[in-house]
Design a protein around this ligand. Structure first.
Ligand SMILES: Cc1cc2nc3c(=O)[nH]c(=O)nc-3n(C[C@H](O)[C@H](O)[C@H](O)COP(=O)(O)OP(=O)(O)OC[C@H]3O[C@@H](n4cnc5c(N)ncnc54)[C@H](O)[C@@H]3O)c2cc1C
Length: 288
């Protein structure tokens, strides 16, 4: 049991307003993807819409937590032992409908491991979840000649939200790696200029099929806007390839690992700074 951390009374607490969503309905849209629709008064005025990679930070209480939602994360951390602390998981806003007040999130069900995947699998109408956000940074640039959207299941909600936003005459190459054919989603919005390729992982390492397909892709002429997210090792390889070999400018690329094999989100987030620093050092030009 860890010692409770005293709060520094001289430092005003940085309050980020938490929201409470209530599960309205759930459905398994493919064998490994669970759609959870949240609603309730806590979503009133939810400010999503600017970006297609909007995300929220969901806060999961441990089983048997001695507190209910809503809770103050800082207070829990200051007053309760670490076993009682909530854990944070990041999820994309697949859709936000201000008219109905419904927020749709698609969860990869990657087995019994973890917190968020199993939560989604057992979520029932009326369950409540606390979250923060939305954050976000990417939306397809209207001045791009073409778009590249590449990712795995975890990035698929953002890719799907991007497809919903692209104008009808947009040109896009879309690569999505999923476990197998049964995990392909049939309801993505595809206009004539969109070439979608599903890649099947099978027994391969996460991201291997994606890396191979993007490496082999013939990219169109002109300026492309890139959105590439998924398993961190695969994304690192793609980042190298797209920036170093294809010379694509950082300002036109949104590339990052959404998760890392062998690490929980806490582990991945804790190591991310070092991971990114290493990539940047590798990308820096050698001294003359
Ligand atoms: C900005 C952003 C947006 C994201 N949006 C989504 C989204 O919309 N939908 C979504 O499902 N995920 C999304 N993710 C990824 C998600 O946050 C992670 O996959 C997270 O680790 C899942 O939490 P968990 O509690 O289920 O598993 P954890 O407790 O974090 O991990 C348990 C184990 O499962 C493995 N694991 C984690 N994720 C996966 C996976 N996708 N496939 C296979 N193994 C995995 C871990 O490596 C670990 O070994 C997003 C991440 C970011 C940063």
């Amino acid at each position: 049991m860890s010692e409770p951390r005293p709060r520094d009374p001289d430092r005003p607490a940085r309050k980020r307003a938490p929201r409470i969503g209530e599960v309205v309905r759930t459905s398994r849209i493919t064998p490994h993807m669970i759609r959870v629709v949240l609603g309730g008064e806590g979503l009133a005025g939810f400010p999503a819409g600017e970006f297609t990679d909007h995300y929220v930070k969901l806060l999961f209480r441990p089983p048997g937590a001695s507190y209910d939602v809503p809770f103050d994360v800082e207070q829990v951390r200051a007053e309760l032992p670490a076993e009682q602390w909530s854990v944070t998981r990041t999820y994309t806003v697949r859709a936000w409908d201000p008219a109905s007040g419904e927020l749709t999130i698609d969860f990869v069900h990657h087995g019994d491991e973890g917190v968020a995947g199993p939560w989604a699998a057992s979520a029932r109408p009326g369950d409540r979840i606390q979250f923060m956000g939305p954050g976000g940074a990417y939306g397809p640039r209207p001045d791009a000649d073409w778009h590249l959207l590449a990712g795995d299941e975890a990035a698929l909600p953002a890719i799907a939200a991007t497809l919903d936003r692209l104008p009808p005459d947009a040109r896009a190459l879309v690569f999505v790696e999923v476990a197998g054919p049964e995990d392909e989603q049939g309801d993505l919005r595809l206009s004539p200029g969109i070439e979608l390729r599903w890649l099947h992982r099978g027994d391969g390492a996460p991201g291997a099929a994606l890396v191979e397909a993007v490496r082999d892709a013939e990219l169109p002429e002109g300026t492309g806007h890139l959105f590439v997210h998924g398993e961190a090792h695969a994304v690192r390889e793609l980042r190298r390839h797209l920036r170093e070999l294809r010379g694509l400018a950082p300002a036109w690329t949104s590339i990052s690992g959404y998760w890392r094999r062998g690490a929980t989100e806490d582990g991945w987030q804790a190591s991310k700074r070092e991971w990114n620093a290493q990539i940047e050092a590798e990308e820096a030009p050698a001294p003359a």
